[in-house]
Design a binder for this molecule. Structure first.
Ligand SMILES: [Zn+2]
Length: 138
């Protein structure tokens, strides 16, 4: 699976420029073991906060980073992964970004996250590629 991902996953345009300019922390509901090899392929060393998966004789075992329910959304979400001080900029597009994005000081959103924030009257900045984010943060 890792080999397939490394061969096929493409980063959103502007990812390298964003990484070079801001050293973002990757906050993901996916598995660190699937993200790390793609970053390695790209020559990027970034902090990754994600779930863990490991092989055991009786099968794969996932260890979810935030096992306890979030006080805001009631699900084990990524909100706990944000720093508690400083100016937090969050960039996201999916379901697992919904709660955590609302805890950030500034949000860039697209796709499902943008539709969700629109429905809930939460302000954000729309982006297409990560070049848009880099330009806005400059
Ligand atoms: Zn939450």
């Amino acid at each position: 699976m890792v080999g397939w991902l490394v061969d096929h996953v493409q980063l959103r345009p502007g990812f390298h420029e964003l990484a070079d300019a801001h050293r973002p922390t990757i906050v993901s509901s996916n598995f660190r073991q699937l993200i790390g090899p793609i970053l390695e392929r790209e020559g990027l060393e970034l902090d990754v906060r994600a779930n863990e998966i490991a092989w055991h004789p009786d099968g794969w075992r996932a260890r979810f980073r935030n096992g306890e329910a979030c006080g805001t959304c009631g699900e084990p979400c990524k909100r706990a992964d944000l720093p508690t001080n400083g100016n937090v900029v969050y960039v996201g597009d999916g379901y697992s970004d919904r709660c955590v994005a609302q805890a950030a000081d500034r949000v860039f959103a697209r796709d499902g996250l943008a539709r969700y924030l629109d429905e809930h009257g939460v302000s954000y900045e729309r982006f297409d590629t990560l070049y848009d984010v880099v330009r806005s943060l400059a």
